[in-house]
Design a protein around this ligand. Structure first.
Ligand SMILES: NC(=O)c1ccc[n+]([C@@H]2O[C@H](COP(=O)([O-])OP(=O)(O)OC[C@H]3O[C@@H](n4cnc5c(N)ncnc54)[C@H](OP(=O)(O)O)[C@@H]3O)[C@@H](O)[C@H]2O)c1
Length: 337
């Protein structure tokens, strides 16, 4: 057994205790605090001054470096870890650098989960993603679809690393009785998103393209594909809220979907973005571009059964996100890498 103080192990977990809630134990280390998810978690935690928050920039702590990670945990002794760090990227980056996506993510997960256990971390919340479910997962996707059939080829390396991290948490919990568990968020949007012209996700991509069309006085804007695929979006502040909710459950599921279970066509999404931006031109589709899978929707019954549901309505979330885009742009902090 890996060295661990006895008091870290929890007593047997009864299914009936799933709704019992606890205070989040301090100090809380948020790994990847500068990212979109990590910064939303920190914003949410800042509403609780009683919780001591620990963060460390990558320049001072490379989570892939096992020795640095061990020294950090020995010095800081966090009680709770929220693991929002990862090497993430779009389809092109994933296809071009599978070695880096697999090894960087495995290394940081292994180093952080092991160091957590050795140093008495009682609660570890790992971030998975609904993109690690199989390519042909049954819709809406339930948690038990994981590993039920082959993965999507384009992000296989990333998904394998994420599944390994999620499973390692499950195995630590089974074998050593610690509360290490995972959240599986759907597509996210909100402050701190990436607006790279080619590599961004669909919603920030639409915000940038339609904003620029308005700036140039264009009469039309073109969106990729037929506009018919259905997609689900969750505001990152809702995810942060769900993460803190899960961190307070006595007996959370090993992994649980976090989403809205509401989907919209890409065309309707583009109309919502255009309305938030005040673009009055026409939205054209471009069927020569790939659509991707026709529908991707998560089943969030399990999360709802624990007493949580999202609050940010999509139109309102898009309006707020556009305001953040303008502020980030004006301050020179728009993320576009
Ligand atoms: N965004 C989404 O739509 C989405 C959807 C579902 C799930 N998720 C999951 O949520 C998690 C966070 O995603 P995100 O969108 O917040 O990504 P992000 O904005 O790219 O943030 C990732 C953070 O991790 C840090 N990091 C990466 N490698 C590191 C290392 N070796 N050492 C120290 N720090 C390191 C990054 O630091 P630098 O800034 O220095 O690179 C960054 O602060 C990921 O696990 C992702 O799979 C995201």
């Amino acid at each position: 057994m890996i060295g661990c103080p006895d008091d870290v192990r929890t007593t047997s977990l009864q299914p009936s205790s799933i709704f019992r809630r606890f205070m989040i134990e301090s100090p809380v280390f948020v790994a990847g605090h500068g990212g979109m998810v990590g910064s939303a978690v920190c914003r949410r935690l800042s509403k609780h001054p009683e919780i001591q928050l620990i963060t460390k920039p990558r320049s001072e702590l490379d989570l892939c470096n096992e020795a640095e990670v061990n020294a950090f945990f020995e010095a800081e002794k966090p009680a709770t870890v929220i693991f929002a760090s990862a090497k993430v990227g779009g389809i092109h980056a994933n296809k071009t650098f599978p070695v880096e996506f697999l090894t960087d993510n495995l290394r940081q997960e292994l180093a952080t989960i092991h160091a957590s256990y050795r140093n008495g971390v009682k609660r570890f919340l790992f971030l998975g993603s609904t993109c690690i479910y199989p390519r042909l997962a049954k819709q809406p996707i339930k948690e038990d679809e994981l590993l039920s059939s082959p993965l999507e080829q384009t992000n296989e390396a990333y998904a394998l690393a994420k599944i390994a991290g999620l499973k390692l948490c499950q195995y630590f919990r089974q074998e050593y009785g610690v509360l290490y568990h995972s959240a599986m968020p759907t597509n996210l949007y909100g402050p701190g998103d990436n607006y790279h012209p080619d590599h961004s996700h669909v919603l920030p991509g639409l915000i940038r393209r339609i904003h620029e069309a308005k700036q140039h006085g264009d009469k039309t804007v073109s969106i990729w594909g037929t506009g018919t695929p259905l997609r689900e979006f969750l505001h990152v502040d809702d995810l942060a809220d769900a993460i803190l909710h899960l961190c307070q459950l006595e007996n959370p599921p090993d992994w649980v979907n976090v989403g809205t279970s509401i989907d919209h066509s890409i065309y309707d999404l583009a109309k919502m973005v255009a309305s938030a931006i005040g673009f009055e031109g026409d939205i054209l589709t471009d069927p020569s571009r790939p659509d991707g899978t026709p529908r991707k929707l998560t089943d969030t019954t399990l999360l709802k059964s624990t007493g949580w549901q999202p609050k940010v309505e999509l139109k309102e979330g898009i309006r707020d996100t556009y305001q953040c885009f303008l502020n980030e742009y004006a301050s020179g902090h728009l993320r576009s890498k």
